[in-house]
Design a protein around this ligand. Structure first.
Ligand code: B12
Ligand code: SF4
Ligand code: SF4
Length: 312
């Protein structure tokens, strides 16, 4: 006979599939001791650069019960964003995760429905869903819930489908059946990501110096100027960077996303360099109102465009 935990876990995985998530894994909610040490060292070395929010809520980041009182289980969900079509060549480059509608909004809606379905099917469950911006070590949980390994490029890689996935996390206060943590690492002797990173942001032991990553400079840095030391290094990346994922052999298994909300918006596919150059603030707000690009604001996009145009 199936245990109650087993039945609930089965229900949760069915709900995940119904809501369009590509993978779902479950782990016991424990304090992340090893990750706490790694995170502390990363912060002590200033690898968060100007991302001050990474210094906040250290306790919450390593302990799910600080986010959900009585937390028993952590559910990790992966959602593929690999686009069916890509940008033209020789235009300012945008990371693929930002081609369609803002994933925060898309996934937040799914997580709301997820919790509602859990309550409907299982009963009174206290839980919270997170994607990206909350103090949750999402990659570590994805590894612990058995969904893949942390590659040398820092990304969570799934053996069947690569790394072009968003990660979402649900923390709940019920016991469930737990998946085994992902024990293997299939990077082997490969060093393609390390060798290709334009700014040498990938260090040994899967440590990424966030303060040197193009994604940081083009999205998170709020300064009016990008440091001179980065001149000539951006390889035309204007918003985010996909180099360490594009070169990864495991991404040859990427399949186009089935999530309609991530369909590339026409401007991303059709804009020429000239269109970007001539983009006005009014049009930016109109065209990119539901896009991740709005995080950089118009000033940030213009700063990035000027930087790549004048330094490459
Ligand atoms: C801050 C941040 C950034 C910063 C800093 C990057 C970084 N490596 O920390 C910047 C702006 C540079 C960035 C860039 C990108 N990001 Co980002 N980012 C985050 C955020 C908000 C926090 C990450 C964090 O906690 N960093 C601190 C460091 C110390 O933690 P970490 O990198 O997660 O690494 C942990 C584990 O990997 C673990 N670990 C390392 N070695 C080992 C070994 C073992 C055995 C185990 C178990 C664990 C382990 O150590 C760390 C702590 O334990 C997360 C969302 C979230 N809340 O988790 C998204 C997130 C990590 N980003 C994401 C994405 C997609 C990107 C980009 C690909 C976007 C782009 N195309 O431009 C790049 C990739 C850059 C890279 N190579 O890492 C996805 C990752 C999806 C995936 N498949 O892995 C996330 C999860 C957002 C999401 N919800 O989908 N990001
Ligand atoms: S996203 Fe680009 S800059 Fe950042 S670590 Fe990967 S290759 Fe390097
Ligand atoms: S490029 Fe090679 S070393 Fe880097 S994450 Fe992929 S398999 Fe691992």
């Amino acid at each position: 006979m199936k245990s109650r935990e087993n039945k609930y876990s089965h229900t949760i995985k069915q709900v995940a599939e119904r809501l369009g998530f590509d993978h779902c894994g479950i782990a016991k909610a424990v304090v992340l001791e090893d990750d706490a040490r790694r995170l502390e060292s990363w912060l002590n070395k200033g690898m968060n650069g100007g991302m001050q929010y990474m210094e906040n809520h250290f306790d919450m980041r390593i302990d799910p019960s600080k986010l959900v009182p009585g937390a028993k289980s952590v559910i990790t969900l992966l959602l593929n964003y690999f686009p069916i079509q890509q940008q033209k060549s020789a235009v300012p480059k945008i990371a693929k995760y930002a081609y369609g509608k803002d994933y925060h909004e898309v996934i937040r809606e799914k997580l709301k429905s997820f919790l509602a379905e859990i309550k409907l099917n299982i009963g009174e469950v206290n839980g919270r869903g997170f994607v990206d911006s909350a103090p949750v070590l999402e990659r570590s949980w994805a590894q612990k819930t058995g969904l893949g390994w942390i590659g040398k490029n820092g990304n969570l890689i799934n053996k069947q489908s690569g790394s072009f996935f968003f990660i979402a996390t649900l923390i709940v206060d019920i016991e469930l059946d737990y998946d085994d943590a992902y024990a293997k690492d299939y990077c082997g002797t490969c060093t393609k990501c390390i060798d290709s990173c334009p700014t040498d942001a990938i260090l040994s032991d899967k440590v990424i110096d966030g303060s040197k990553c193009i994604s940081y400079f083009t999205i998170e840095l709020k300064d009016a100027l990008i440091p001179d030391a980065m001149k000539g290094k951006f390889e035309n990346w204007m918003f985010g960077c996909d180099v360490c994922q594009d070169v990864c052999p495991w991404n040859r298994f990427s399949k186009p996303t089935e999530e309609m909300n991530f369909t590339p918006i026409p401007a991303i596919l059709n804009f020429s360099s000239n269109d970007w150059e001539e983009l006005t603030e009014e049009n930016f707000k109109l065209i990119f109102k539901n896009s991740p690009l709005k995080r950089s604001k118009f000033e940030g996009i213009k700063r990035n465009l000027t930087f790549i145009a004048t330094t490459s």
